[in-house]
Design a protein around this ligand. Structure first.
Ligand SMILES: NC(=O)c1ccc[n+]([C@@H]2O[C@H](COP(=O)([O-])OP(=O)(O)OC[C@H]3O[C@@H](n4cnc5c(N)ncnc54)[C@H](OP(=O)(O)O)[C@@H]3O)[C@@H](O)[C@H]2O)c1
Length: 226
């Protein structure tokens, strides 16, 4: 009608940029799950932690600040049991301004100490497990089946209108998402430090290089899933 009225009409303007801008929404509509971003920091010799589970001093202060900015941009952050246990992360937004995302932890057999920051009741948190179901405002335990644990977890988050999930580790948890093909984007910090031994960083599969940048000496590489 516009054309018939003599008005010049252009279609598909900035289509790629528009798709990227709305990637969380499109993933929810098309795949029925949150948009998944994998994130980790690895040493120059390919480790994400020392043999004693210490993963401090890999990435630099600016890289860590950037991670806080990213947290403020996503709806939820997930960690595995060992990361919860050994790092005792708060998983909030401290070094940036913005909302705290939902905290998510996988602890199949409920072995985590309830004194950990994750269970302090200050930020909405979900612990996915195989044994207990108890939903409440700040801290929920959600029981899933072992056979389809990750798909069910994502379905549950989708049901709570979580449109994006950043998986922050550790290696086992990241590898599970990679093996299941359940990821959309990966952001990997490569730092100059060498550990010599420890927990190996995960290996991406079906990944396409999507650019890199220098973060004060760390190299941040972006990948998207093919
Ligand atoms: N450099 C980095 O960017 C970075 C980031 C995060 C963590 N880290 C380091 O990584 C280390 C921990 O890594 P990790 O690989 O030992 O542990 P992890 O991934 O944190 O936790 C692994 C455990 O979580 C449970 N789990 C979580 N998701 C699972 C799934 N989908 N399938 C099966 N089990 C799942 C399993 O225990 P249950 O069966 O008992 O539940 C498994 O043993 C820590 O030292 C931490 O400091 C480094």
């Amino acid at each position: 009608m516009l054309r018939q009225a003599g008005i010049e009409v252009t279609l598909g303007t900035l289509a790629e940029e528009a798709t990227s801008l709305n990637k969380r929404f499109f993933t929810a509509i098309q795949l029925g799950r949150p948009y998944i971003i994998l994130k980790w920091a690895q040493t120059a010799d390919g480790f994400i932690a020392r043999p004693n589970f210490d993963s401090r001093w890999i990435s630099n202060a600016l890289s860590r600040k950037l991670v806080h900015k990213w947290r403020a941009e996503e709806d939820a952050i997930l960690v595995g049991k060992n990361t919860a246990r050994y790092d005792n992360p708060v998983l909030n937004v401290r070094d940036w301004a913005g909302k705290n995302p939902l905290r998510v932890v996988i602890d199949h057999h409920l072995r985590l100490d309830q004194d950990l920051h994750l269970f302090d009741g200050t930020i909405p948190t979900i612990c996915y497990n195989l044994h207990k179901h108890l939903e409440s405002d700040m801290l929920s335990y959600v029981q899933l089946d072992e056979a389809s644990f990750l798909p069910q977890l994502l379905q549950h988050l989708h049901g709570r209108a979580v449109r994006s999930l950043m998986v922050e580790g550790g290696a086992t948890t990241l590898a599970d998402f990679i093996d299941a093909g359940l990821w959309d984007e990966a952001r990997v910090f490569n730092a100059p430090a060498c550990f010599g031994s420890g927990i190996r960083a995960p290996q991406l599969k079906q990944a396409t290089f999507d650019g890199k940048e220098d973060i004060a000496g760390d190299t941040l590489t972006y990948f998207v899933k093919q």
